[in-house]
Ligand binder design. Structure first.
Ligand SMILES: Cc1ncc(COP(=O)(O)O)c(C=O)c1O
Length: 347
């Protein structure tokens, strides 16, 4: 057995720091959903030059305070009255688009919905009334298509938000709109602060290679070869006999499965790295294990390390590749790693 255990997400805090250092400033680091699955990364983001943190829920703000983080925190999600109380007790700013939240919060960022169609008020007159409140400290919006260069909604949202900011006409407010994609592609969207999530983790908001923007993936996912089997023609691996050996070969069992967030949609549909080489997953991903085709001959041994996301030798598997195979986005790949996957923070 390796020292790493069955499934381990290793998170390089130095990479998070360097990614933050590369992004525009002032930077609000978005650390919701347990840092997109990366664990407690707020101190690294702050060390990299972020001066604000953003989360989705009041509990996430409260947890940051429990961890001793005293930077400004923005709660961006919808809040019940009780959750709002928790956010205020945590000394967090909150995003508001209703009179009730705007009146009860200590510090408010008014959200105009310029086209995302999700949260925020679409009613410009209402947003202007909210923005006149004594506890208002910020104005914001959120882009729906910043990651799709050429899409018409992005410039239209930017224009609508710019017009709103001018109409409010206050220069004492923190104005912010850009997510990672907007921050990387459009300086006009930066205003007084950018709110970056995916990029601080070294993943690409455009779903290509993060290196194109000088970003380094912070998370790598590891397991180990727990068993080796000699298959003869006709032997099958996993539930449903979805894969059957046509020729004699070696098959490795690796103890990671959909219970860890290594999703069943990856059955017969991804590679892993063993001994510095790519090997295909074969058979069905089960809750706790996957099986890997090592070919007719192999020098792989029980106990060898396996990389599911990250580098081994000259080979590399990006979260973006896994996402493509699943028909999803890199955000979901790391955020979907379950609590059973131990997070190890290294530098
Ligand atoms: C309101 C808001 N701003 C900023 C972000 C950060 O987006 P990204 O991870 O694409 O940088 C998010 C994340 O979903 C968000 O909901």
């Amino acid at each position: 057995m390796t020292g790493r255990g069955r499934a381990l997400a290793q998170v390089d805090l130095g990479a998070i720091e360097r990614n933050c250092a590369r992004l525009p400033k002032p930077l609000c680091a978005v650390v919701k959903a347990d840092g997109y699955g990366h664990g407690a990364v707020a101190p690294a983001a702050l060390a990299g030059g972020a001066t604000w943190l953003a989360v989705a829920t009041a509990t996430e703000a409260h947890d940051l305070r429990d961890q001793g983080v005293d930077a400004p925190v923005l709660v961006m999600g919808a809040l019940t009255r009780e959750e709002l109380r928790t956010a205020v007790e945590a000394g967090a700013d909150v995003v508001a688009w209703t009179d009730e939240v705007a009146e009860r919060a200590a510090r408010v960022h008014v959200k105009l919905d310029t086209g995302m169609g999700r949260l925020g008020t679409k009613d410009r007159e209402h947003a202007l009334r909210l923005a006149a409140g004594p506890n208002v400290v910020g104005l914001m919006t959120h882009f729906a298509t910043a990651d799709e260069p050429g899409d018409e909604l992005f410039p239209a949202q930017l224009e609508a938000f710019q017009a709103f900011v001018e109409q409010v006409g206050r220069d004492d407010l923190v104005v912010h709109a850009a997510n990672s994609a907007a921050a990387l592609r459009e300086p006009a969207s930066h205003f007084d602060m950018v709110r970056c999530g995916i990029a601080i983790y070294g993943m690409d908001p455009f779903h290509e290679d993060p290196a194109a923007h000088g970003l380094e993936p912070a998370l790598s996912l590891h397991s180990w070869v727990a068993a080796l089997r000699r298959f003869v023609p006709g032997d099958s691996a996993g539930y449903g006999r979805r894969w059957t050996a046509e020729t004699s070969r070696w098959v490795a069992t690796v103890p990671i499965g959909y219970g860890d967030g290594w999703r069943r949609g990856l059955s017969g549909n991804c590679d892993v790295l063993i001994g510095g080489r790519r090997h295909p997953l074969v058979g069905t991903v089960s809750m706790d294990n996957v099986t890997v085709d090592l070919g007719a001959d192999t020098d792989v041994r029980v106990g060898d390390p396996v990389v599911l996301i990250g580098r081994q030798g000259d080979e590399r598997i990006l979260a973006e590749e896994v996402a493509r195979r699943l028909g999803t986005i890199n955000y979901e790949v790391t955020t979907g790693l379950s609590p059973r996957v131990r997070r190890e923070h290294v530098r």
